[in-house]
Design a protein around this ligand. Sequence first.
Ligand SMILES: [Zn+2]
Length: 391
Amino acid sequence: MQWQEELRQLAEIESPESGAITFYFQPQVPQNLSHREETILVKDLVEQAIHRHSRNGNSDGNRVRLRSDLQRILEIAEHLHGNHSRAKAIFSCSEKDLWREFDIPEIAGNTQLHVNSRFHLKPIADAVLAAKRCSVALVDRERARILDLFMDEVTEREQIADEIGRNVRSDGFNGYEAGHVERHVGNGVMRHVKRVTERLLEIRTEGQMDSLIIGCRPEMWPEIEPHLHAYLKQCFIGRITLDPALASVREVQEHAARLLDENRLSEQQARIREVIGEAQRNGRGSLGLRHVLTSLERGEVQTLLIGNTFAARAVECTHCGHLDTRLVEKCAICAHQTREQDDIGDALIGFALRSGANILHVDDGQFAKAGNIGALLRFRADQNTPEKLAG
Ligand SMILES: [Zn+2]
């Protein structure tokens, strides 16, 4: 299942009795905590959560279920250390009979446990929604390897080997023969490169490639570049100079991670400029919490941009879900009781996921000054009024 859909389902979960448990396990790298210390840390988190929620006016049944879910998380955490280098996320809500575990890339922040009426989705959304399926093609004269890089993990997809010039070694001593062999070998390299780029194009058209990186020796690049189809060039994010025969997977991964980071940052910058520009000319952009909330509730949001340091308090209506930055006790729309949200970031992300919007986490000073929250809109409801359309 796609992450967007998986997270949307988690965002739908609401537990009036505060039985929604979110657990993120972030392995320490380098391992500066021993297994014992790490287990004690999780144990403390679990005990604090049990303590806090035994006084919260929960029903007995809920307390028992909460305790057993937390116990199960503790047991899993005890076995994670050492044999688990990746981060893990667990979502549990026994009230809704839900238990989900995911291996995820590194999250921002440490191991953490949250017990609330909704799941704490910001770290997982941040870690997985921006993840791209990246193909790294290591291309040499007669051999190529295609590696898939997704969410910090590298797997080898396939190897393509062509034999060139093996069976054409000429017995002739004259220049004509030598030139003939060279041309023949040259054609062989070209055929090999074409085969590789055609295969890459297939992977791309099958929807299994979001970005492409090519790794090769410098003298090979002029042989490869002319064969990259326009559709591959669209997602091509850079070249790594290396010897495919000698490069280790780790080395390739490090170079690729750097290129992906650069690419992510420049895409972020482009989106930020777009949102700020559109908002300034009153177009398809929304900036600042109050405007973004209105756009979300009108279903206008295509992509929600949320600053990494964004934090604000707000209330959420327990009945209709309306979010309000004024800390009012009664909902302005349906007059039901509201519930205070310590961090409205989570509520916004949940809202965006439920309405099918994309989420982009950004880290940018200029954006932070502009409110640290913004949205790119599909449309603007207030500009589709009969008066505007007539005008
Ligand atoms: Zn309401």
